[in-house]
Design a protein around this ligand. Structure first.
Ligand code: FES
Length: 101
């Protein structure tokens, strides 16, 4: 059954930053844009680079390994052929939660 799991505190990230988190055995990249959070699969579909360690420019993350780019709001590829998974995110108090399971 899917449920929201706590993955970070609101203050853990500044706007424009990302981080890699693991929840229920899934690797997820969490990004903060303005006051909003977005979560996508952390494993780049090219060769497995950690997207949470990538460079975020507006709503596009560049993979730190070879530079494939993805929109972190939609999961759509900006460069590269493959889409990445997105996860619903909500903020409750100072906790950031991702729907997973
Ligand atoms: S592993 Fe991400 S671009 Fe190559």
């Amino acid at each position: 059954m899917s449920e929201y799991k706590i993955v970070a505190k609101v203050e853990d990230l500044k706007s424009g930053e990302g981080k890699s988190v693991e929840v229920n055995g899934e690797n997820i990249a969490l990004f903060k844009i303005g006051e909003e959070f977005f979560a996508v699969g952390n494993t780049c579909p090219h060769r497995g680079g950690p997207l949470g360690e990538g460079y975020l420019n507006s709503d596009v993350v560049s993979c730190p390994w070879h530079g494939w780019q993805f929109n972190v709001k939609t999961g759509e590829a900006v460069s590269g052929p493959a889409k990445i998974k997105t996860y619903p995110v909500k903020v409750e108090g100072d906790e950031v939660k991702i729907l997973i399971g």
